[in-house]
Design a protein around this ligand. Structure first.
Ligand code: SF4
Length: 294
């Protein structure tokens, strides 16, 4: 049996930068993060251990006890940042530049007269940030949502995507929109970020070679769920776990090639723990000598 790591996996630069900023000594427990800095349980726990506080969102602004606050890598509307500053707080912005690119792109489209459309999950904090400063918009997540375009009264649509969407899904939805009778003009900028694309391509390549994939990442991590989806689409058995303790020996019975991938919020040490635990399981199963680790 072989164990292979995806050629691109784990923490992206946006998440790394955000975590590093939150852990800077200048804050010395005087920092509250507005929302989860990243969708990863272990990272958020380690931030708390370092004295960093967290509130769920703007609704909990009165619970902030520190002088400094941080916007997460997922970004936030300008009006939220303004509200925090008006409350006398010093705002540190860890928004990923690739998320900010989506904000700027959709704003530009609106200025050019396009009705803004975001492909993504309406309830996701990144999408809330993208649309938070817009007067009108629609968010679509699947073909069932396309009807929403007809309710806008517009025939000119500017489309962007949540950074962690699946490439094929986004391209398919844009194709469908272009074919709609009510649509005359479409401006589309594919704003899926490069680290997400790299991880999707890598998991696809690996899924074609393995008979079991272990996908590591937060259960609320959008891009991790997409990695599982890629495996499902290829009928490859995939198990989504957050930590190495969740690995189950029975998954590995009669498997020839095991793949490991991880979402953009998953730290390297968690990937290493999972890798090591798979080796332990193999040892317990008495087939470690057969493992060929890549
Ligand atoms: S997933 Fe992409 S957009 Fe999100 S933080 Fe990472 S690099 Fe930035």
């Amino acid at each position: 049996m072989k164990i292979s790591l995806a050629s691109a996996l784990g923490t992206c630069f946006g998440v790394k930068d955000a975590i590093n900023l939150a852990l800077e000594p200048q804050f010395k427990s005087d920092l509250t993060i507005v929302g989860q800095l990243v969708h990863n349980h272990q990272v958020n726990e380690s931030l708390k251990t370092n004295g960093v506080s967290v509130v769920n969102g703007i609704d909990e602004i009165d619970q902030i006890k520190t002088k400094k606050v941080m916007i997460t890598a997922h970004g936030a509307p300008e009006k939220l940042k303004k509200k925090l500053a008006e409350a006398g707080l010093v705002v540190f912005d860890a928004s990923c530049p690739l998320v900010m690119r989506v904000h700027k792109t959709i704003q530009l489209m609106v200025e050019k007269g396009y009705f803004p459309v975001v492909i993504g999950q309406e309830s996701h904090v990144e999408v809330k940030g993208i649309v938070g400063d817009l007067d009108e918009y629609i968010v679509i997540n699947d073909e069932g949502d396309l009807e929403k375009l007809k309710t806008t009264g517009s025939c000119k649509f500017g489309i962007v995507s949540q950074t962690t969407q699946q490439v094929e899904k986004v391209e398919n939805l844009v194709r469908k929109i272009r074919q709609m009778d009510c649509v005359e003009d479409v401006a589309f900028v594919n704003t899926i970020c490069q680290p997400t694309r790299d991880r999707q391509i890598a998991v696809r390549d690996l899924a074609d070679q393995v008979d079991l994939m272990i996908v590591i990442g937060g259960y609320n991590s959008s891009n991790t769920k997409k990695l599982v989806q890629v495996c499902d689409e290829r009928n490859v058995e995939a198990h989504h776990i957050e930590s190495s303790s969740q690995l189950e020996q029975k998954w590995f019975i009669n498997k020839n090639h095991v793949g490991i991938t991880a979402g953009t919020s998953t730290p390297e040490y968690v990937i290493n723990e999972v890798h090591a635990n798979i080796l332990n399981i193999a040892q317990e199963m008495g087939c470690l000598e057969k493992f060929d680790v890549h």
